[in-house]
Design a binder for this molecule. Structure first.
Ligand code: AMP
Ligand code: MG
Length: 350
């Protein structure tokens, strides 16, 4: 399949291109598009065949449900059979934006879109290109991240092209995503709302609006072995670069020593990279690649650089990647959730 690659400025949208993309989706095709979180791989959410195509293009297990993207609040009534008042309150506060809510679905949503679950994940993104495309496509776009399953999520059009060229009909490139981490997911089908995936909207931001929000113990590390996460996707290895990623946690001097030890030992045959804070970039002279992730005061920058940095390591044929821990106060939970999964839980405490 030939993939059409289109560039459009988010402030000066190429209307004709988006109309064409909308037609592709309405006729059952797939288009990758920018959102404020990461690039999405979009198909018609109400068309079972489109959802099947999404799973094929990504190589995604079909029990891992897709998020349905809408572009106006009222669209929710067609796909959700019940919207608890707390869900509505939260959505009205953080939509459009990086928040996904799980609700009971109506029959119009195909089982293929929800991985056979009786519930549907809904998000209203704030990116103007995403909003226009959703409207042009008929109002409901199912979209997981536009990467091959298991790889780091794409935060630029180029990332999408690396993974999806030849597999989908069109890629719309509007430059880098502002946030760079996937949305926060909150399940409203349980007694107490439950956060299934951390994101830009923190637990505090949720609780400020609706009171107590629990965290899925299987995702946030408090569960005993064998307990399954409620968001099926959270059980899969994810976001992973090709090289072996190790996170090193501890006092600054100890972390630097251990990473230097590892990068020195291997430097002749094995290519190494380090992901570190700006203040530490000169501390790792033995590594082949040192990536400046920003500093703790600007955690949004760290978040937005994460996937790009992991992909950069792939481009540079890095065999071993060492990362400092980025447990910052607000976004740290979301950043570390992705980093730990990318590392396959390979974390050394010094
Ligand atoms: P992605 O589309 O790659 O951002 O991943 C979407 C995430 O949402 C995955 O972890 C899914 O398992 C989760 N998800 C989507 N729909 C549901 C649902 N109905 N119930 C629980 N989790 C869901
Ligand atoms: Mg994903």
């Amino acid at each position: 399949m030939k993939t059409e690659y289109i560039k459009t400025d988010a402030d000066n949208i190429d209307l004709q291109a988006i109309k064409k993309a909308g037609r592709i989706i309405r006729s059952g095709g797939l288009v990758a598009f920018p959102t404020e979180t990461v690039y999405g791989l979009g198909g018609d959410a109400l068309n079972a065949g489109s959802s099947q195509k999404i799973y094929e293009a990504k190589g995604r297990p079909s029990d891992n449900p897709l998020i349905v993207h809408i572009a106006q609040f009222d669209s929710i009534y067609k796909i959700a059979s019940y919207i608890p008042p707390a869900a509505e309150k939260l959505a009205k506060m953080y939509w459009p934006g990086p928040l996904t809510i799980i609700l009971k679905k109506t029959r119009i949503v195909p089982d293929e879109t929800t991985g056979n679950l009786p519930t549907v994940a809904v998000r209203f993104p704030s990116h103007p290109v995403a909003q226009l495309l959703i409207k042009e496509a008929g109002g409901y776009i199912a979209a997981p991240s536009a990467n091959i399953s298991g790889r780091p999520s794409p935060t630029t059009g180029e990332h999408v092209a690396v993974d999806m060229d030849g597999r989908i009909d069109m890629i719309i490139d509007s430059g880098p995503c502002r946030i760079g981490l996937e949305s926060t997911i909150v399940d409203f089908t349980c007694d107490v709302p439950m956060m299934l995936r951390p994101g830009y909207v923190s637990q505090q931001m949720l609780e400020d609006v609706i009171g107590t929000v629990e965290k899925d113990p299987a995702v946030f590390g408090e569960a005993s072995e064998g307990v399954k996460p409620k968001a099926p996707g959270m059980k899969y290895r994810h976001y992973a670069p090709r090289g072996v990623l190790t996170i090193v946690s501890g006092k600054k001097a100890d972390v630097i020593n251990l990473i230097n030890d590892r990068t020195a030992k291997n430097s002749s045959k094995v290519r190494t990279a380090v992901l570190c804070r700006s203040e530490n970039t000169s501390c790792y002279p033995q590594a082949d690649l040192v990536i400046d992730m920003g500093d703790d005061k600007n955690e949004e920058k760290i978040a937005s650089r994460l996937y790009d940095s992991l992909r950069k390591c792939d481009e540079e044929n890095i065999d071993e990647i060492y990362s400092e821990e980025f447990d910052t106060p607000g976004l740290g939970l979301a950043i570390m959730n992705r980093l730990i999964k990318a590392a396959g839980h390979n974390l050394i405490r010094v």
